[in-house]
Design a protein around this ligand. Structure first.
Ligand SMILES: Nc1nc2c(ncn2[C@@H]2O[C@H](COP(=O)(O)OP(=O)(O)OP(=O)(O)O)[C@@H](O)[C@H]2O)c(=O)[nH]1
Length: 172
């Protein structure tokens, strides 16, 4: 094309997605934060208190996987109650040509095991595995919250500002 326009995320975009898990309805509040390091401080504001983070990298770009590790470290250091999902994007390009894979699948799988993250390979173009990813996020949220309620003595004190429930982006 003569003119190629690519909109970069500045700050964050928000969408609410209503999901069904068994007989429960869960509304995921999803913030799409800027991947660029330039907006690093701003992204931090949006994921504070998040219960789940989908860390994306481009399956055709090894460097993007290294940058994804930076965000995983950030989350591990700052967000104890946040489950991490690794998401390799643009899987449609690999369907076209396997040689385009820039990150070895087994290396990512090993890393995912190490950080106890689930791993998905998705395509925004074809929609491949996108629904599965968000369904897993919702299911884990429901199951993990149920487990947490069972193991907590007397519920949750919402007046505690550092309570993960206070900032939770997901709610029933
Ligand atoms: N083939 C293919 N191209 C994609 C896919 N997802 C994104 N792209 C392309 O990759 C480029 C970057 O996509 P974005 O969605 O803007 O990437 P981003 O990581 O959100 O970037 P920031 O907004 O800067 O954080 C665009 O040219 C998209 O068209 C995909 O699933 N398949």
């Amino acid at each position: 094309p003569l003119l190629s326009l690519r909109l970069q995320t500045i700050g964050a975009a928000f969408v609410a997605k209503v999901m069904t898990v068994g007989d429960q309805t869960v509304t995921l509040g999803i913030w799409d934060t800027a991947g660029s390091e330039r907006y690093e401080a701003m992204s931090r504001i949006y994921y504070r208190g998040a219960r789940a983070a989908v860390v994306c990298y481009d399956l055709t770009d090894g460097g993007s996987f290294q940058r994804a590790k930076f965000w995983v470290n950030e989350l591990q250091n700052c967000e104890e109650g946040c489950r991490i999902y690794l998401c390799g994007t643009k899987s449609d390009l690999l369907e076209e040509d396997r040689r385009k894979r820039g990150v070895d699948f087994h290396d990512v799988q090993d890393y995912a095991d190490e950080i106890k993250a689930d791993l998905f390979e998705t395509s925004s173009k074809t929609g491949q595995s996108v629904d599965e990813l968000f369904q897993k996020v919702a299911e884990d949220y429901v199951n993990f919250s149920a487990f947490q309620v069972m193991t907590e003595d007397k519920g949750v004190n919402l007046s505690q500002r550092n309570s993960p429930y206070f900032y939770s982006c997901c709610h029933h």
